[in-house]
Design a binder for this molecule. Sequence first.
Ligand code: NHR
Ligand code: GAR
Length: 214
Amino acid sequence: MKTVVALISGRGSNLEAILEAGLPVRIAAVISNNPQAPGLAIARAHGVPTAALDHRRFPDRETFDQALAEQIDRHRPDLVVLAGFMRILTDTFVNRYRGRMINIHPSLLPAYPGLDTHAEVLRDGVKIHGCTVHFVTPKVDHGPIIVQAAVPVRSGDSEATLAARVLEQEHRILPRAIRWFAEGRLAVGEDGVVNLIGQGLSQGQLISPWDDET
Ligand code: NHR
Ligand code: GAR
């Protein structure tokens, strides 16, 4: 069974979705850069060991990331999951986990990378929004896309109502991506596009996250 370490910064609803999805993985630890993250209590309630590394106590990003990597590597994970992790990671850190670190991002990448995606979507009058699970690369929010889900933007939406609609889909696609990884079904092609191995699905076919479990 593959071993997973999850990194969080706050609420932890994506973490909870992972912990409750019955995935064929061992969640070895949950680590937060924010000692106050409510998600740490969710981990403990599921019997998962936690660690907190307050980034404000480190002189620079390199030192923080080095300490973070030391905490992660204790568990020898096959996969590192950024489940609502809010600190940009250095190239050195990202390269250490190349091909085995994924992120859930609240937009349909490559549109709306970075922070405050819901506010930007509303400001632009965009009608379709969503979320993306992708492999993490040094260029933030630009790694190979594993799975996406779309939601409508409705008239009268606030940031909060839109975020809630997207979050519901995050909770579906993040566990699904982890399952695919655990099953060894994700292959990144030479072209940097993710191929889902098995069941006749391959690059070029649409894998809709609202379809039945694949
Ligand atoms: N690091 C790398 N190198 N590559 C990615 O793709 C990453 C990453 C670190 C985090 C998540 C990402 C998101 O899904 C993620 C992807 C934080 C920021 C940010 O600006 C941007 C993108 C993401 C996460 N963080 C501020 C910083 O100075 C702090 C913001 C805060 O603390 O609220 O690090 O959106
Ligand atoms: C989620 O919407 C996640 O996509 C987003 O933060 C929220 C965390 O919620 N991540 C980012 O914006 C990364 N910069 P959660 O703590 O309840 O999972």
